[in-house]
Design a protein around this ligand. Sequence first.
Ligand code: CA
Length: 223
Amino acid sequence: MRVLIVEDNTAIARDIGEHLQQAGYVVDYAFDGEEADFKGFTEDYDAAILDLGLPKLDGLTVLRNWREAGRAFPVLVLTARGGWRERVEGMDAGGDDYVVKPFEMEEVLARLRAIIRRSRGLAAPVIRIGPLELDTRAARAILDGRALDLTPLEYRLLSYLAHHQGRAAPRMELMEHIYEGDTDRNPNTLDVLVGRLRRKIGPGLIQTRRGHGYMLANPETEA
Ligand code: CA
């Protein structure tokens, strides 16, 4: 899952980013409103964390621009303490939830998980696909009750597929959402990664849809 962090305070931005990476997300940054506006239009994100007080273009305007253009990814708004008006405006501009500064990182992560799963039509933090459970709180996967030993990249791939279960995800889309920005995006590398993950979770769960990509589905419930 790829998340855009929009925050002009670079120390706070990096702090959030490191925690998100540890929690299994790929992270992009924007340090002012114009950069955020641009990235939200040109990149496909699973969520954004958006500070409202930004140089060049304020966060509310960025959010309204995204929504007016139909950019629908969930947005967690960061607001100043006591600014209830700002929180209301943030939600009305298209924000999905908010966190008041100064915040605890655990709260940011929990709210981020919640807005992402709601955007995917999922209700619970543990996603089940047949014998497989993806616990998004701990960034781990459990198969038949046993915790799987996954690399961070394998977890990111599994998490993206689990959040989009039942739908084939094209390889380019998968690569955009699981690889860090500057890494080599070679489809063959992805195929090798899928092969490694299949060996760990069993061959039936990740299906190859010729010309369409990869799909996670419970073979027992598939018609
Ligand atoms: Ca700020």
